[in-house]
Ligand binder design. Structure first.
Ligand SMILES: [Zn+2]
Length: 272
């Protein structure tokens, strides 16, 4: 078995100078699969060129809510074509962001709706971004979960059980109740660097009370470095710090956490 990093933006400028070394360190750390999610049409193209170049990279294409202003209706046909690439294993990252709120909420929801339609048409899982306005204002994740639940209700009555809505809520930062709603809807929770931060007791509680079969491990590089690397660029090799922290929280051996999260990722993204 191997480790996975199910979320790293390897096409960002911060990797320009040493991407080969970054990938080398990832391989040395035992990482067998990395999912590279796009944020807009231009990065979706960069994702395609990366996954064609490196055997252990897989991609997600889509338009992030913070890039919603770049959206053009003709982009949909282009994305659909990209989604048919054999190493594109998800649509993402897409979702809602009420923290930056770069475009009005209604515009974000409309774009998310198109992206979720695309997952159905392409029969791919979705990588979801969600960021609340504040710790107290939880309307962003609530809106997201409402949207997912409405779609799931609609799809259970429809014929296509095989093209059911499925995916991961990337860098999950919700509370236990929200975690349970997401899991009930069939989603995985992506665990990132913040689980190692001193003030993240709430998140650790969610991880402790969530079955390991519902968790994925992600770096979200170049962002969200684990505690040991705060202030520095994050990269796939650091995913072992997330695995170690989950091992500590759940009192399960790190190898078991690595294996199970790799199995989870393989069953969601269908990459063996
Ligand atoms: Zn991301």
């Amino acid at each position: 078995m191997y480790l996975t990093d199910t979320h790293c933006h390897l096409y960002f400028d911060s990797y320009d100078g040493d991407l080969d070394e970054v990938l080398q360190r990832a391989r040395q750390a035992g990482i067998g699969r990395i999912l590279v999610p796009a944020i807009d049409l231009a990065s979706s193209r960069e994702v395609l060129s990366l996954i064609e170049r490196e055997d252990f990279l897989y991609g997600a294409v889509g338009v992030h809510p913070n890039s919603a202003d770049t959206w053009n209706s003709t982009d949909l046909a282009v994305l659909k074509e990209m989604a048919a690439h054999p190493k594109v294993v998800a649509i993402g990252e897409v979702g809602l962001d009420y923290y930056h709120e770069r475009t009005p909420r209604e515009v974000q929801k409309e774009l998310l709706g198109l992206m979720l339609d695309l997952t159905r048409e392409s029969d791919l899982p979705v990588v979801l971004h969600v960021r609340n306005r504040s710790e107290a204002d939880r309307s962003c994740i609530e809106d997201l979960l409402d949207i997912l639940e409405v779609r799931l209700d609609a799809s259970t009555s429809a014929r296509a059980a095989q093209t059911r809505l499925r995916g991961v809520i990337h860098s999950f930062s919700g509370n236990l109740q929200e975690a349970r709603r997401a899991i009930k809807a069939g989603f995985y929770l992506g665990v990132t660097g913040p689980v190692t931060y001193k003030n993240a007791e709430g998140l650790r509680e969610v991880v402790r009370k969530t079955d390991l079969t519902r968790l994925l491990v992600e770096t979200d590089g170049p962002f969200l470095p684990p505690q040991e690397f705060r202030g520095k660029r994050n990269e796939p090799a650091h995913v072992c710090y997330i695995v170690d922290k989950i091992s500590e929280i759940t009192d399960l051996p790190a190898a078991r956490v690595a294996d199970q999260t790799a199995v989870n990722a393989a069953s969601l993204f269908m990459w063996e």
